[in-house]
Design a protein around this ligand. Structure first.
Ligand code: ADQ
Length: 469
């Protein structure tokens, strides 16, 4: 059965050598599936982007089509910057104070969702088979019902990459019911955790009066399965990088250039959900509490620019820079800086070198659907420690999906600054054998959730008849 994927972003990017797979787990997991099965990937075309609407890929021997939905400035603003990133994103992370009134974004979101669905239906119409559609994420909530209307015979999956909030929070949205009805056009809706899936089912029950039976939502004569399908990373790739001589060399240079015995690492998109300011506050208290560690422990935080132009993100950038200046101004001594901060994207090889160099990764998002950085760090660190490299530890927010799966992490409430200080100290002091044991445990979980397995499991489940639960 051919497959039509729908996601906000295309899975390919332009490089000096021509078109190539986009960075990131989703493209690396799903491109092989599309190359094998054939089909299409429908994505937006941002205003000003110069790419074809229909692009066969790979160019030399096309296996599938990248179909782009061109967006005007206003559509992009309302659908992407507006409803997706200033309404659904903060609401789903329980950061209600960041949610803007949805009214002025609603029409653009509807229009763009409709255009994605029309593009996918047009592609499916070209084949006699019953189509299979797989919709990704919170940008396209209304698409499943539109696809169902056009193709009642289709198998439709939806994967939700961020947390699904409690029904009492979700219902704050004036469009909550309309959006839920959109998603209930699917046969299968996947989330990272059992808790997210339960919140979704309960939202359908409380807001629409749907019936819940086990993991299924019964709605308008149809059964919609809502269950956890935790995503992971391309494990082989990160384990390979951990053993790559160039990565090892870079990691050693990095360590030798930092004037510190211990390195605490943070890697995030610059996003208010990632808890950067509270993390810095905790690090500042850590430095106050342990003057004997001045000159010995440094934190290295990298943040990728993200959603620039949205006021909350621009403001966060300024506040983060201010906090970095304050902490360094207060505590730096001689050649030692307590906090190093880089605001740019890193390559995966650079990230692997940093993961390998760290003694502790400090990842305390305020909420996160999964948090793949935790998986990447655990994969690299565990692989390196098996080769004799000193083992490292992970401090992880308990409000992430990853905390449900990575049993070896030191888990902490990200809003509890004193708890963060204690967790960081505990992680730095863990005995070697204990760190090794924890890394082994995390390595097992990370391998189990590999992104290729994730994609195969989701699609198998989507193929299975509804009563084969
Ligand atoms: P994100 O919020 O982007 O993803 P995460 O899962 O941690 O969060 O993925 C981030 C990715 O970006 C990682 O692969 C990481 O390597 C990369 N990255 C981060 N900082 C970087 C930097 N400075 N330079 C280069 N790369 C960097 C959303 C949800 C998550 C969910 C994923 C997948 O918010 O909760 O885990 O989708 O479903």
């Amino acid at each position: 059965m051919s497959l039509v994927l729908l996601a906000n972003r295309a899975p390919i990017r332009q490089t000096p050598e021509g078109w190539a797979a986009a960075l990131g787990g989703l493209a690396s997991a799903l491109l092989p599936v599309l190359e094998d099965r054939g089909g299409a990937w429908v994505a937006m075309r941002e205003p000003g982007e110069d790419t074809p609407e229909h692009q066969p890929y790979p160019a030399e021997d096309p296996a599938f089509t990248v179909r782009r939905v061109p967006l005007s400035e206003d559509e992009f603003d309302g659908y992407y910057n507006g409803l997706s990133n200033q309404v659904l994103w903060p609401l789903s992370h329980y950061l209600v104070e960041y949610v803007l009134p949805e009214r002025r974004f609603r029409e653009a979101y509807r229009t763009v969702n409709r255009r994605f669905a029309e593009a996918a239906l047009e592609i499916a119409a070209a084949s006699d088979d019953a189509p299979q559609f797989w919709v990704q994420d919170y940008h396209l909530m209304m698409v499943p019902a539109l696809l169902r209307e056009g193709r009642p015979d289709a198998r439709i999956g939806h994967f939700w990459h961020i947390p699904w909030p409690a029904p009492e929070v979700f219902r704050i949205l004036p469009s909550a019911r309309e959006l839920l009805r959109g998603m209930l056009g699917a046969d299968l809706v996947g989330f990272h955790t059992a808790g997210d899936a339960e919140n979704f089912r309960e939202s359908a029950r409380d807001l629409l009066g749907a019936t819940i039976e086990g993991v299924e939502v019964l709605w308008q004569g149809r059964r919609v399965r809502a269950e956890p399908h935790p995503i992971g990373i391309d494990v082989g790739k990160f384990e390979g990088l951990a053993a790559d001589p160039a990565v090892i060399a870079e990691s050693e240079t990095f360590r030798s250039e930092l004037v510190a015995d211990k390195v605490v690492l943070g890697v995030d998109r610059l996003d208010y959900t990632k808890g950067l300011l509270l993390r810095f506050e905790a690090f500042e208290r850590f430095l106050e509490a342990y003057p004997e560690l001045h000159g010995k422990v440094s934190m290295f935080q990298i943040a990728t620019p993200s959603r620039t132009g949205i006021p909350a993100y621009d403001q966060l950038k300024r506040e983060v820079e201010e906090a970095v200046g304050r902490i360094n101004g207060r505590f730096a001594e001689g050649a030692w800086s307590p906090l190093h901060y880089r605001y740019r994207a890193f390559t995966q090889a650079e990230l692997a070198a940093l993961y390998r160099a760290a003694d502790v990764a400090l990842l305390p998002p305020l909420r996160d659907g999964m948090n793949l950085v935790a998986h990447e760090f655990a994969a690299v660190s565990a692989a390196a420690s098996r080769e004799g490299h000193p083992p490292a530890a992970l401090v992880l927010s308990e409000l992430t999906g990853a905390a449900d799966y990575l049993g070896g992490a030191v888990c902490v409430n990200p809003y509890d600054t004193d708890g963060l200080v204690r967790a960081l100290r505990a992680a730095l002091d863990l005995p070697r054998d204990e760190k090794r044991r924890r890394l082994n445990e995390m390595q097992g979980a990370v391998r189990e959730l590999d992104v290729h397995t994730w994609a195969a499991r989701f699609l198998d489940r989507l193929d299975a008849p509804a009563d084969a639960a």
